[in-house]
Design a protein around this ligand. Sequence first.
Ligand SMILES: CC(C)(COP(=O)(O)OP(=O)(O)OC[C@H]1O[C@@H](n2cnc3c(N)ncnc32)[C@H](O)[C@@H]1OP(=O)(O)O)[C@@H](O)C(=O)NCCC(=O)NCCS
Length: 161
Amino acid sequence: MKAWLSGWFGGGKPRIEIAKLRDAPRLAELHSASFHRGWGEGEFESMIAERNTLIQCLRLGRRTVGFAVSRIGADEAEILSVAIDARHRGRGLSRDLLLTHLGHLSGRGVRRIFLEVEENNAPARRLYERAGFATVGRRDRYYRQPNGEQLNALLMRRDLS
Ligand SMILES: CC(C)(COP(=O)(O)OP(=O)(O)OC[C@H]1O[C@@H](n2cnc3c(N)ncnc32)[C@H](O)[C@@H]1OP(=O)(O)O)[C@@H](O)C(=O)NCCC(=O)NCCS
């Protein structure tokens, strides 16, 4: 059996579930491993408790290996973060997560979704473009890296019918 296939079955079938308070430590761990300014456990606890924030976890068996976070305001939402554990990237897991997330946002009455993505983040741009997002703006030197480098952000939008 191919390595990725055995890894897939070894980890169990992917499931996407709404985050619970007990997920906060693992979500903070995943976030810190994926972004320079990691959100702490307390920040995740607050967001999980907030009614206007939707956090969904991607689980393989008992393990949480990814998440998506959005903030909802009236009929608009902003996707704040999507991440997959580095050991599980490259096999399309984020696509199901994102599409399920969009479905939940739609179910909550959201009609327009925005997000910001770093211009050079090819996997993320591809993920969002394939999910129907279009680039509607650009913010020059928006992200400052720990080494002082400044990176551009693209603003993307998708309307839900
Ligand atoms: C962005 C992220 C969530 C994607 O998760 P993933 O499940 O590993 O995604 P995939 O490997 O399936 O890749 C998504 C798409 O990008 C493509 N891709 C991957 N690496 C690429 C690269 N270096 N250049 C171009 N395209 C690339 C894949 O082929 C795939 O496209 P496809 O569906 O047409 O085949 C994941 O890389 C991640 O967690 N990154 C760190 C956090 C982050 O940057 N989040 C997004 C900003 S909020």
